[in-house]
Design a protein around this ligand. Structure first.
Ligand code: FES
Length: 156
């Protein structure tokens, strides 16, 4: 499941059996394979799992596709990049997204994928905006918070 780069890991990934259980739970909930934030939140609640773990699991199942709801999308590698902090990055992005949504501010989507083909630069994040795609190599919670503010302005 993890095709990680040959660096010394900095983080412990979510256990593979937990990811497999969450992936199965998602597939049972979305026969059509389309994921949206509400469905992912409900799955996390039903499966009693952290939301970021559910997002990480979703990225590992190619048949599951995220619906696009905003012009700005943060796509996080949730495969081998878990060894380099992808889960804390996801936690930060999900918290920032929810904060912006609650404040009725312009917001963004959080999507995941099992690999973004830049494994040596994990945690790898790609940011899609109307201006194009930007890579955030070696992403951290601080780096993605800055990127959200750059793309959408500071949250009030
Ligand atoms: S494991 Fe390949 S980019 Fe993350």
């Amino acid at each position: 499941m993890f095709g990680g780069p040959p660096r010394t890991p900095t983080h412990t990934p979510v256990a593979q059996d937990e990811l497999a259980k969450l992936a199965r739970g998602l597939m049972e909930r979305v026969p059509g394979g389309q994921l949206n934030p509400q469905l992912l939140a409900e799955a996390a609640s039903d499966l009693e799992a952290p939301l970021a773990h559910v997002y990480a699991a979703a990225g590992l199942v190619p048949m599951l596709q995220f619906t696009r709801e905003n012009q700005v999308v943060f796509l996080v590698c949730s495969g081998g990049c878990q060894q380099f902090g992808a889960v804390p990055v996801l936690e930060k992005l999900l918290a920032l997204r929810d904060q912006r949504n609650a404040a009725n501010e312009s917001s963004f989507d959080v999507h995941t994928r099992g690999c973004l083909d830049r494994c040596e630069q994990g945690a790898m994040v790609a940011v899609f905006t109307p201006d194009g795609v930007a890579a955030l190599p070696k992403a951290s919670p601080e780096i993605v918070a800055e990127a959200v503010a750059d793309a959408l302005g500071q949250s009030s």
